[in-house]
Each structure stands twice: as C-alpha cells, then as structure tokens.
Design a protein around this ligand. Structure first.
Ligand code: PLP
Length: 421
C-alpha cells in the first residue's frame, strides 16, 4: 500500500502554527510546480497543448499565478473567477469561460477580456448574439448522451444539465459558421474524480469522431478540443494516480488515426483539470480541541466542515495523519469531527488512528482542490487562512483568515435604531 506522507515534520508545523493559528490550508509550491511540468510534458507532442486550470478548484490568485508561470491558462465559470484571473494579469486565449445557465454579465466580461467562450446550450448562440455580439472564436460543450457512460460522481450524461446534444452541436456549428464565426472549438466533460486512465482516452476518441463528423456535415474546421477536467486523485492510500503519460500515449495514437490520417487540420488539445493539478498538494492543518467518549470515540478538531466539505457532503475519504505519530500503530478507532451543529460534520468515521491527545496536530490530506474553495459560513464559522509553503521552505500567507468583522460586513443592521418594537 502506498504511504501518504506529509511534506513537513511536526516541528515544522509547530513553527508555522506559532505565526498562523490553526485551522489553515497549506499548499506545497514545489510539488505543484513539479506536477504542472509533468502534466505539460506528457503532451509535448501536441503543438498548442494547454491546460486551463479550473479556477474553481482553488480560487487563489497566488496559485493561479504560479500555474501561469508554468504555462497554464485558466478555466473560469463565473464573473468572480474571470475577475480573479484578470487581476493575475491574464487575458485572451489564456482564459476559457466554461459556465452554464450563464448570465449576460458573465459573457460580457469574458468578451471584454477576449477569453474563449464555451457555450453550454444552443439557445446561448442567440442570447450571446443579441446581447453582446458573437466573438470570432467560439467553443461548444458536447453532451454525448447515451453514447458515453458517465462515471459515478457526475452520473449519466443524459441526466446531466450540461452541454449540447449530438444533433444540436452539429446544428450549432452550422449556425455559427453562417454568422461569421471564424475559429471553432469543442469541449466535453463527462467525468468527475475519475481514476481510470482509459476513460480519458475514450473521451478523446468521442471528440475526434465528432470533429470528423462536423467537418463533413457542417464544413467546419475545429481547431481545438477541450477534454475537460475530472481527472481523479488517489485520496485513499491504496489508489493509484492517473498516469498522464499513458493517457497521452493513447490519445496520440487516436489522434494519428482519426485526425492526421483523415487529413483533418492540426488540433490543439486542451484540458481544464483542477483536482489533479493542486488537489494532492494541499493540507488542512488543525488541532484537537476535545476528546469525547460516549457510544463511540470522537476526536473534535478546531476545523469543521466549513473548511472541507467533501467528507460531509459526499462521504468522501480524506486521509488523516496525526503529526509526529506517523510511525505509531493505528490501534484506536475514532470519528474525527468538527464543531458544526450537523452530525455529518465528520472528517472521518470509524477511522483507525494512533492514540490521539488533546492539542495534537491533525493533518487532513488532499485538500488542495475543492477544499477551501467549497467553504461556507454556516453556524457563523469563519473561513480559514490559506498558506503557501514556498520552494525555499518559507511560509507565506496567501489568504488571511476571515474575521468577525468580515462576517458582519454585509449586514447594515444598526441594533436598537433599526429594530424598535
Ligand atoms: C469542475 C469543473 C472542472 C474541474 O474539475 P476537476 O474535477 O477539478 O478536474 C473543469 N471543467 C468544468 C466545466 C467543471 O465544471
């Protein structure tokens, strides 16, 4: 079984905690950069290859900036995410807007920034044209329906709210071409947290077939194919990371068969992966507040579901390490909880761990994507800080913790004055 190690010792954590009280998420810059380079290198055979980091996974401009330095673009799905990457200095085809049920303000901002717009529905062609005009480059999101089995997390494609049907997308290219659009892309995303590498190769095949069909039926040349996100990570010690070199090899073979051999134009391949880029390189660092023994044994942390929603929401597994006790036998069974008035506020249930003591530092693994990002303020719990472990070992705070003042900022209730009986 693969071990899940921490990039810091208990002593290092204690030093960090002196300046930054728990709970906080901390990201490992060195590991993120190495992973980004590896991802990019796997596809170096494809001219124009680009990974658009799914900003929603970890919407922190410091991380987006680091990934940009590694040659990544940004995939945005809201106005705030567009604004975030704008503040990082990004523009044009460094940015892709993949959203759904999109308000005009969002399209408008994307157009202003010259971002690539990825339409989610055939009705959006008219909506876009009427409200802001069509840009020169457009991408459309394909929902293959029953041509492809979805994976567990995202469900059957035909049940999913995303994308154009097969007929609609071919019609979409015809319409856009007739309206003067010049550059075309295609996008699909039918998986979430998928660990089977063949799944991504099959997805590429599906798109390559569609590209040939669109070329034949609508006379449209598609110049880029976005394979979406959804690449899983090994949350559990016994799971294996997706081998992107294997995925790349498989896609390359199909590319030669279906694109090159068919005389189709060179195709740029894109991904918009979030989880697989930063997920394994973030950690939620917390301390044990209380130990409780009733019908079960509970270790209550100073973090809660507001800092990491996945276990409570999906029953997702996140590995837990008690700092400094890595080598001790896991002989004790705990529910590891937060303090929300919600019984599913548990990071782990019936987890075998070393004997835990109050004030122990407990580290929750794989919080680098869809961790802090999914946080919320229920029960008046404040959002935690985000820290960056730099390549030189220094620690930088890249988001301060929320304060009580922040929490009350959107309320202009003035006590007795506004509420006289
Ligand atoms: C969520 C999402 C992603 C990123 O998903 P990951 O699981 O983080 O890779 C990419 N594209 C779209 C359209 C998404 O909704």
């Amino acid at each position: 079984m693969a071990e899940k190690n921490l990039p810091f010792s208990k002593e290092q954590l204690e030093n960090i905690i002196e300046n930054h009280p728990t709970p906080f998420h901390i990201y490992d810059e060195k590991a993120i950069r190495e992973n980004a380079r590896k991802f990019k290198k796997a596809f170096d055979w494809n001219e124009g290859f680009k990974e658009y980091f799914a900003v929603k996974a970890t919407p922190n401009p410091y991380l987006v900036k680091i990934l940009r330095e590694e040659g990544f673009g940004a995939d945005c799905s809201s106005e705030a995410e567009l604004e975030l990457v704008k503040r990082v200095g990004m523009s044009g085809n460094e940015i892709m807007l993949t959203s759904n049920d999109t308000p005009v303000s969002e399209f408008s901002k994307a157009k202003e920034m010259d971002a690539i717009i990825n339409l989610d529905d055939i009705s959006h062609i008219e909506y876009l044209e009427k409200n802001i005009g069509l840009p020169e480059t457009i991408c459309m999101r394909y929902n293959p329906g029953d041509l492809k089995e979805g994976n567990l997390l995202i469900g059957h494609p035909e049940e999913a709210k995303y994308g154009f049907t097969h007929e609609q997308i071919i019609e979409g290219y015809r319409i856009l071409k007739s309206k003067g659009v010049k550059n075309f892309g295609v996008h699909t995303m039918v998986a979430s947290n998928e660990l089977d590498p063949d799944y991504f190769i099959e997805t590429a095949e599906l798109l390559f077939n569609l590209i040939a069909e669109v070329n034949e039926k609508a006379g449209v040349v598609i110049s880029f194919a976005n394979l979406g996100g959804g690449i899983g990570i090994p949350y559990k010690p016994e799971q294996k990371a997706v081998d992107m070199e294997y995925v790349s090899e498989g896609i390359k073979k199909l590319y030669e068969e279906k694109i090159t051999a068919n005389g189709l134009q060179p195709l740029k391949l894109y991904f918009e992966s979030g989880r697989a880029i930063t997920g394994p390189y973030g950690y939620l660092v917390t301390k044990v507040l209380h130990l409780k023994e009733t019908y079960k044994r509970f270790a209550g942390l100073d973090a809660s579901m507001v800092d990491l929603m996945r276990p409570g929401m999906y029953g997702a597994y996140h590995h837990v390490t008690v700092a400094g006790k890595e080598k001790e036998p896991h002989t004790e069974k705990y529910d590891v909880t937060g303090s929300l008035c919600e019984n599913n506020d548990k990071f782990a249930i019936d987890r075998m761990l070393p004997e835990i003591e109050v004030d122990d530092i407990v580290v929750i693994h794989d919080t680098g994507a869809h961790g802090h990002a999914m946080g919320f303020n229920y029960n008046g719990k404040l959002r935690s800080a985000e820290l960056l472990l730099r390549e030189n070992g220094e620690v930088t705070q890249i988001r301060r913790p929320q304060t009580l003042e922040d929490y009350f900022e959107t309320l202009d209730f003035d006590g007795l004055k506004d509420f006289k009986a």
